[in-house]
Structure formats: structure tokens, C-alpha cells
Design a protein around this ligand. Structure first.
Ligand SMILES: *Cc1c(COP(=O)(O)O)cnc(C)c1O
Length: 401
């Protein structure tokens, strides 16, 4: 406690974040997660900014499955997997995920951040090339940093640039090449063109990896993910994903693929070897979620209906959105202060959503991001659309009628 300049330096940086409008305050909820949440001050808000795509985070069935696993397997393992931290429920969940994703085997992690952080270093070295989309998630970027492979970056979703990087890696004589992309990019709701990526991978003899955090459970006709949506099930080498978004919403992550890959990760992946087992109640609840969404597509169908309705109505009112079909709907306001004021006004009107501005999104691309959920009722969406209309008129974003 003798170096005071350390602390004053930190305080200065925090003050700069605040004055630049980049400080991220935490919203405190006094209720469970859901279509409606209760704020700390007791106000009820309609929640339009959770990754709760299937509405399962606060769902009673999810909770009961967690409670049943808690009762049977206890609270936790106090161990890593390979010492004494593997229970039947973990093996069952790994098998269920492999079955759901159409892969051979799956390994669980405490988070998708760990899955991405621990996937590259055990599999690739300086003889190999990782070819990564420029907008890939921070956890992929960190995972790549921990690995000695050569790094190639291609412009977001740009297949011509991807091909250029594949040629460059081939000319550099790299042994293995892997193309890595988010299945869906969370800022724009952009869906990766996996059919084209797979075709390029076949042409250049590359492997493929997708991060399915914003896709597992609802993209594709039966919710298996972006690979189903793009018609390339069975053609992706490595799939990572989270149990903390659509698939329940607590926490946990996974990597799925061929058995040699998963077995290697069990032997060598550091976040798996040196971090505690996923809590059994989360494994049990995730297993129940997979069973539920494998039996019926009702939840993902409702999510997609809500998404189509909201996308059509928000444009009809006069807002500009990024076109697409994903439940992430970026409502473009372009100007950072306007986006900030807009989100604040929506909060007053009882709608929780988040504003994004530079440097999180490019300069001049400020927006509020709406995320639809299967839990939203049509009535709730209509209330949200009315609030958009009112705030939009007040701030001069849409024309008076
Ligand atoms: C949310 C997210 C992660 C991290 O998932 P956690 O399980 O919360 O660690 C990783 N990749 C992408 C693309 C994400 O959106």
C-alpha cells in the first residue's frame, strides 16, 4: 500500500473514461432475468437487451432442472475434471451437445471465453496459420494471442479478402490453416457466410471453426446453429459456444468437433485442466434445455416470429435498421450523443436497451441494439414500439405525423 501513484493513476484513467462517455455503469436488477425485469428502484421494465433468446434464463422448467441436479449431484465438485470433478451429468451433457450439433465429441468449460481461450494453443503452433475475421469476439482474439501460429486477419465477412489471406498463408507454406469466425456477429446481427467459407476451406485445404454464442439453440430450422442455417452441418471442424445465452443463460461453454480434437483439448487445454468443473446444476439444466428444444421448435419459432414482427414494425415507424433476420436488431441513430439520449429516454419510458458508440462500433455508426426473445409477448413488443415512436419523435429522429 506504499505506491500511491498506482492508485491515483487508475483513478485518472477512470475519470477520463467517465468524461469521454465510455464508462460502463452496471444496471442492477432486483428480479430474475426475463422479458420484464424489476430495476433496483422497483420500476418494472421491458427488457430488450438480454441474450436470453429462448427466454429460458428465468424459466421455471430450467430452474426445476437445475434444482433436481442440485439435489442429486450437490452444489459443486471442488475439483477440476480430471482429478475428481467429472459426474455422469457432465458426460451426458457433452454427449447431448455433440448430438445436437452433429459432431463426434464435446468438452465443457466454465465459459465460452475459456473455450475460445483454450482451443488454439493445444492444436496449432508456429508452422500453422489462423485466419480470423476482423470482428471476431475478444475471447477468440485472446485465444489466438496465446498460440504461436501465424495470424492472418480478413475484413469482416469479406470473402474476397478471406481468399487473399488463404493464398498468403498457402504461399507462406503453412502446414495447417484454420479459418475462424463468429457464426453471428453480435453488434450487427450479421450471419457468417458459412457455405462460402466451407467452399473456400475445401479449395485451399483449410480447417474451419465457428463461435456459435449468438446462434446455438435458435439459428437454423431446428435451432442447431449457423451451420444448420447455412446448410453445412458436418462440414465445420470446430464449434465453440456458450450455455450462458440461448441455452439456459447461467454460464458455461463448450468446444465440439472430431474426437481427436476434443481428446487433445482434454489433455492440453489450460482453462480445462486448471479450472474448476462446471457446476452440476448448470450441467443438469443445460441438458434439460437441450432435450426441450430437441423435442419442439416452438421457442425458436416464437423468437423468429417476434424478430420478423419487430423488424417490420420498427422500419414502418420510420427507423433505420441493419437489414437481416437475426434477433439482434441494430436500430441506427448514427450520432453518439443522440444514441445516448435515446437509450436514456427509453429507460424513462420503461424499456431497457443498450446504446453503442465509437469505439465499440465504427465512428458515425452509433445505435441502440434490440435483442428479441421468445419470452416477449406481442403486447410487450407493441409497448416497446410505441416507446420507440415517442422517443423518436421527441428527439427528431423520425418525422412527426
Ligand atoms: C458471449 C460471447 C462469448 C463469451 O461467452 P461466455 O460463455 O459468456 O464466456 C464468446 N464469443 C461470443 C461471440 C460471444 O458473443
Amino acid at each position: 500500500m506504499s505506491d500511491q501513484t498506482f492508485y491515483s493513476g487508475l483513478q485518472q484513467k477512470l475519470d477520463t473514461l467517465r468524461s469521454d462517455g465510455l464508462f460502463k455503469p452496471e444496471r442492477v436488477l432486483a428480479s430474475r432475468q426475463g422479458a420484464e425485469v424489476v430495476a433496483q428502484d422497483g420500476r418494472t421494465l421491458i427488457n430488450m437487451c438480454a441474450n436470453n433468446y429462448l427466454g429460458l434464463a428465468g424459466d421455471p422448467e430450467t430452474q426445476q432442472a437445475a434444482a433436481a441436479a442440485l439435489e442429486k449431484y450437490g452444489y459443486g465438485l471442488s475439483s477440476v475434471r480430471f482429478i475428481c470433478g467429472t459426474q455422469t451429468v457432465h458426460k451426458e451433457l457433452e454427449a447431448a451437445l455433440s448430438n445436437f450439433l452433429g459432431t463426434e465429441d464435446t468438452i465443457l468449460y466454465a465459459a465460452a471465453f475459456d473455450a475460445n481461450g483454450g482451443v488454439f494453443e493445444p492444436l496449432f503452433d508456429e508452422n500453422d496459420a489462423i485466419i480470423s475475421d476482423a470482428l471476431n469476439h475478444a475471447s477468440i482474439i485472446d485465444g489466438v494471442r496465446l498460440c504461436k501460429a501465424a495470424r492472418y486477419r480478413y475484413a469482416n465477412n469479406d470473402m474476397a479478402d478471406l481468399e487473399k489471406q488463404l493464398i498468403a498463408a498457402t504461399e507462406a507454406g503453412k502446414r495447417h490453416k484454420i479459418i475462424v469466425t463468429d457464426g453471428v456477429f453480435s453488434m450487427d446481427g450479421t450471419i457468417a457466410q458459412l457455405d462460402k467459407i466451407v467452399a473456400l476451406a475445401e479449395q485451399y485445404g483449410a480447417l474451419t471453426m465457428i463461435d456459435e454464442c449468438h446462434a446455438s439453440g435458435f439459428m437454423g430450422a431446428t435451432g442447431r446453429g449457423t451451420h444448420e442455417h447455412c446448410g453445412v452441418i458436418g462440414k465445420i471442424d470446430i464449434i465453440t459456444g456458450t450455455l450462458g445465452k440461448a441455452l439456459g443463460g447461467a454460464m458455461g461453454g463448450f468446444t465440439s468437433g472430431k474426437k481427436e480434437v476434443i481428446e487433445t483439448l482434454r489433455q492440453k487445454s489450460r482453462p480445462y485442466l486448471f479450472s474448476n468443473t462446471l457446476a452440476p446444476m448448470i450441467a443438469g439444466a443445460s441438458l434439460a434445455v437441450l432435450e426441450r428444444i430437441s423435442k419442439s421448435t416452438e421457442l425458436r419459432d416464437r423468437l423468429m416470429e417476434n424478430t420478423a414482427y419487430f423488424r417490420a414494425e420498427i422500419e414502418r415507424i420510420g427507423f433505420t435498421i441493419k437489414p437481416g433476420t437475426h434477433p439482434v436488431v441494430p436500430v441506427m441513430l448514427f450520432d453518439a450523443p443522440v444514441a445516448q439520449k435515446f437509450a436514456a429516454r427509453m429507460f424513462e419510458l420503461g424499456v431497457l436497451l443498450s446504446g453503442f458508440f465509437y469505439p465499440v462500433v465504427p465512428m458515425g455508426q452509433a445505435r441502440v441494439r434490440v435483442q428479441l426473445s421468445a419470452a416477449h409477448t406481442r403486447e410487450q413488443l407493441d409497448i416497446v414500439l410505441k416507446a420507440f415512436e415517442q422517443a423518436g419523435r421527441e428527439l427528431g429522429i423520425i418525422k412527426q405525423q
